[in-house]
Design a protein around this ligand. Structure first.
Ligand SMILES: *Cc1c(COP(=O)(O)O)cnc(C)c1O
Length: 425
């Protein structure tokens, strides 16, 4: 008999958890279950599987959801979801074909016509579009809050809508893409709880793409749902698009049923790639963070940079610093820098980078740079954009796993090229 009593850390379980080799000819790794449907042993079994999948009755004590059809479930999807649950210590997880499908499914499941949504800004450009262009069409009003608003400000903003009794969800993205602004998750839970009633909860959903699932566990701070673009750190190799939602069983049942009917689950192949990525998730993210720390330190006082936005450089004892220390176990691996000058100088810098690739997305093994104002956040309202700090000289860097001195060399030479530009003019 093997001794199984030890409580393993998630990184120790990423190679094996939730997979039984004996069900797959002893293969050490799960095969890709490239199948659309599954054969039932009996008609009674098929009926029982559907009852659970469609929420007609809840699962029995030791009952497992049986395999029916790959839009509802598939072994690759299930193994991946079980492993993701370990990091955030959640009851259940649903993996989607993109981060946007995870986000839009959550917004559609928990909001209905007449409801009020509070959301942090800036948010990812796609999320911003969904909230400001799609949700109004189904009668959902929203109000944006920022990191510089305190509890009193936020309550006043909710009351000013005249729809405080209709508050149904608070949606946070923290640290925010692309400014690294941090929102206080537990404070937002307190605000949400002020407006809950016997009939309705106020759902707190947190997009944890920048910090998760390693350096922040939003459910520990009061979030009901945690959302990821798994395209980023979780996938980590810039070769797939996927998303995930995690939370308590009661909320996840709702998310999974809507996913079944929208049909926006990830494919077996994507799930298999993500399962492989999870094996190296922690060492990749730790290395990316070490490199980011070195880059941020090196350039904090550079004469061609007016500001470096990185959590480790926050003013000690500021409100943001307190949130950073309370919510996160690392400063992360995303840095935004303000180049001295405007768009022309920022573009000169971007065009001169060599090892850094000029591309949107983030969290992959290779370092990337982009210009949020004209790229990821091009669609955001121009006035709001400035209020959020998405200025024309802002460049966002996603730090990869390369050698740190090579990254520093590349940034240094690209900054030098801006100086040469002004000489020529
Ligand atoms: C990329 C991203 C998304 C959208 O995810 P996709 O996988 O591209 O659909 C959502 N939130 C954040 C913070 C992101 O960086």
């Amino acid at each position: 008999m093997k001794n199984n009593s030890h409580n393993y850390s998630p990184e120790s379980l990423m190679m094996s958890y939730g997979y039984k080799p004996e069900l797959s000819e002893g293969a050490i790794k799960p095969p890709i279950f490239q199948t659309s449907t599954f054969v039932f042993k009996t008609a009674e079994e098929g009926k029982a599987f559907f009852e659970v999948a469609y929420g007609l009755r809840s699962k029995g004590e030791n009952e497992e959801q049986g395999l029916i059809y790959s839009r509802i479930n598939n072994p690759n999807l299930e193994i991946l979801e079980n492993r993701l649950c370990l990091w955030d210590r959640s009851d259940d997880c649903a993996v989607f074909e993109s981060g946007m499908s995870a986000i839009s499914t959550v917004l559609m499941e928990f909001l209905k016509p007449g409801d009020l949504l509070v959301y942090s800004s800036p948010v990812y450009g796609g999320t911003d579009h969904f909230i400001n262009h799609l949700l109004p069409r189904i009668g959902v009003e929203s109000v944006g809050i920022r990191a510089d608003h305190n509890k009193k400000d936020i309550i006043e903003m909710i009351e000013a809508t005249g729809k405080a009794d209709k508050l149904a969800m608070i949606y946070l993205e923290t640290p925010a893409n692309p400014t690294n602004a941090v929102m206080d998750i537990s404070m937002c839970r307190e605000i949400g709880d002020m407006y809950k009633t016997e009939e309705k909860e106020v759902i707190l959903a947190v997009d944890n793409t920048y910090m998760g699932p390693i350096w922040c566990h939003p459910m520990e701070h009061g979030a009901h749902l945690v959302i990821y673009s798994a395209t980023k750190y979780i996938g980590g190799h810039s070769d797939l698009i996927a998303g995930a939602v995690l939370g308590k069983q009661e909320h996840m049942n709702r998310v999974k049923i809507l996913r079944t009917f929208l049909g926006n689950m990830a494919s077996p192949n994507t799930c298999w790639l993500l399962t492989r990525s999870l094996e190296t998730l922690k060492i990749r993210m730790d290395q990316q963070m070490q490199n980011a720390k070195a880059v941020a330190q090196k350039f904090r006082d550079h004469d061609m940079i007016t500001k470096v936005h990185y959590l480790d450089l926050l003013e000690p004892n500021s409100r943001s610093y307190d949130i950073y220390k309370r919510q996160y176990s690392s400063p992360g691996a995303m840095i935004s820098i303000e180049i001295k000058g405007g768009e022309a100088e920022a573009f000169k810098f971007l065009n001169a980078l060599n090892l850094f690739k000029l591309a949107v997305s983030l969290g992959g093994t290779e370092s990337l740079a982009q210009h949020p104002c004209s790229m990821t956040h091009a669609g955001v309202d121009p006035i709001a954009k400035i209020q959020m700090g998405i200025t024309e000289n802002l460049v966002r860097l996603s730090i990869g796993i390369e050698n740190e001195s090579d990254l520093i060399w590349d940034i240094e030479q690209a900054l030098e090229s801006i100086k040469n530009m002004s000489v020529r003019m």
